[in-house]
Ligand binder design. Sequence first.
Ligand SMILES: [Ca+2]
Length: 164
Amino acid sequence: MKETGHGLELYNGSGSAGPGGRHPGQSPYWLSAPDPYVDAVAPANEVPVTDPANLVGPPDDRFATVSGRFTKFLVLDFGAGEEGVGDLEVSFHQPPGTIVQSMDVHFLDGNGQDLGQGQLTMIGPGTRVTTVTNPSTRPYRFLRLRTGVQTARFDSMRAEAVAS
Ligand SMILES: [Ca+2]
């Protein structure tokens, strides 16, 4: 595992840097085009996240570890002006022996209003991608995932598209 040394940096860049990519001096996120990926762990987040920058931006085989807490939520932010629409695509990793983990996923608008709920179901070991069906057609800015007592590792989460 490579030490990045940029653990506090919340944004992963545009993805143009390639594997191993986050570099100091890269264009700050507010100069980048809107992207459909999660931008940050939101201030409203309620559970410990190790290496949170690793679940920001496009998939890069670097994983953030979420330590679930009973009745607590992981809260993620797509960023202002980068509200998502459509289903949610989640890249995750599970260790050998893991059969299935499941979390409720709430899609929230910019005011924190709950627009609808889907189900994240992570099946099987290794690195995988799954889709969470979003019942709402409205743009969402935040995700609230009910973590339970599970530990989960996420590479990235993306909306089907950026709201226009
Ligand atoms: Ca990642």
